[in-house]
Design a protein. Structure first.
Length: 416
């Protein structure tokens, strides 16, 4: 028996921030989740699976029109025509209460109850799926506590949208524990909500398949679904299938060996080649990080716009890649030998060392922070390891950057 486990399709989720960039592949990115969903259906057919289970967040929110629902019912209809049943639970993004529009689903589809745990038996497969969807966006309770114990004669698969025992960057959604999951005696827990693929446990199997398509720069790498093979009532294998059509990626370029802008750009260019090769024909939305103690540091920091545009130019010349962002994080080589520089460095160090000073500086940013759009405040937020804008950590990083910039300017050669 083969079961295809997917979650977090987020079909037609709005794109944020992409249109700000020249040449951004807005339409391709906007449609990527639909194309990945079509790949999911095709994978179910190609692998002749016996069942598809979807652990929530098929949609990002209420449909803005019936187009989203029609697209989805067409995909389910395709599975129907191939005799493949589908069991779905609602997640926080597609909780029943948030939907003003509805469509009749094909009869191969079972949407499990949102008011109590529901079991759907497949006698021909010796399989039962037990799950419960979200009636409302907020789900502070441990739903698994109400799930029935496993049926000893059947393969029991639990289906749930949950943040489990807490994952970094995830709020509490139907929180539960591995002990609670073990206690039910099921063979496989098909979870959703966490967009990064994770096999949490193998006995019993507890799996987040990840989302089918990365939605922004923090959702990097291969995305898809998990193909579960079961024999004699036991899981034989769980295999990740790549279903994404566009891939977010991050490429760090060590600039230590670059003596001038041209040699730096040659390094970037081979980095782009590698990223394109790794994406296996998919469009790559690439974040380029320039790092390292580099002779070219001054050039980068005194003319960052030019450097960014040059990197974007390389991206534009290469098919299959779009430069999402250029981050200049190089350091200067050695120390600038001057009294002035020593003073600046020690002042910055003293500021950073003082929590009070930072807190005082932070106050200076409050007005600014209140005026910028929420979208910008989230951009580069804590979840991708970058400090929140105008937070003490951000100010400390800005101090480092300022010291480097002053050093670059003081040490002469200046503009690129
Ligand atoms: Mn979710």
């Amino acid at each position: 028996m083969k079961v295809l486990h997917a979650a977090d399709l987020h079909i037609d989720s709005p794109l944020r921030g992409l249109t700000r960039y020249e040449g951004a592949p807005v339409e391709e990115m906007q449609l990527a989740a639909r194309r990945a969903t079509e790949n999911l259906v095709q994978a179910a057919i190609d692998h002749t699976v016996d069942l598809v289970v979807i652990a929530g967040d098929v949609f990002d929110g209420d449909w803005k029109d019936y187009g989203t629902g029609l697209f989805w019912t067409r995909q389910l209809g395709e599975l129907h025509d191939h005799g493949i049943p589908v069991v779905i639970v609602a997640g926080n993004h597609d909780a029943a209460s948030d939907f003003s529009r509805r469509l009749t689903m094909p009869d191969n589809v079972t949407q499990l109850s949102t008011s109590k745990p529901e079991a759907k038996r497949f006698d021909d497969l010796d399989l039962v799926v037990v799950g419960q969807g979200y009636g409302a966006r907020s789900m502070p309770n441990d739903l698994v506590a109400g799930f029935p114990l496993a049926d000893p004669g059947l393969f029991t698969l639990g289906l749930l949208h949950t943040s489990l025992d807490g994952r970094p960057g995830h709020a509490s959604y139907a929180p539960t524990s591995l002990d609670m999951l073990r206690g039910r005696g099921y063979q496989y827990w098909a979870l959703g909500h966490v967009h990064k693929r994770e096999v949490v446990l193998e006995d019993p199997w507890v799996v987040f398949p990840g989302n089918v398509q990365g939605r922004h720069a923090r959702e990097t790498g291969s995305k898809g679904a998990s193909l579960v093979t079961v024999e004699n009532g036991e899981v034989q294998s769980v295999e990740h299938l790549s279903l994404d059509v566009a891939r977010w990626a991050d490429r760090t370029i060590d600039c230590a060996a670059a003596n001038d802008l041209d040699s730096l750009l040659a390094l970037v260019s081979s980095g782009l080649d590698e990223a394109v090769a790794e994406a296996d024909g998919r469009l790559v939305a690439l974040r380029v990080r320039l790092v390292g103690a580099s002779p070219v540091h001054q050039v980068l920091w005194t003319n960052p716009d030019r450097v960014e545009a040059e990197v974007r130019r390389l991206g534009a010349l290469q098919s299959g890649v779009w430069i999402e962002k250029v981050k200049i994080e190089t350091r200067r080589q050695g120390e600038v030998d001057s009294e002035l520089m020593a003073g600046i460095t020690s002042t910055a160090a003293a500021l950073k060392a003082s929590v009070e000073e930072l807190a005082a500086l932070d106050g200076m940013f409050t007005d600014f922070r209140n005026k910028i759009p929420a979208e910008l405040r989230l951009d580069g937020g804590a979840s991708d390891g970058e400090p929140v804008l105008a937070s003490p950590a951000h100010i400390a990083a800005s101090l480092d950057a300022a010291v480097d910039l002053v050093a670059a300017m003081l040490s002469g050669s200046g503009a690129a």
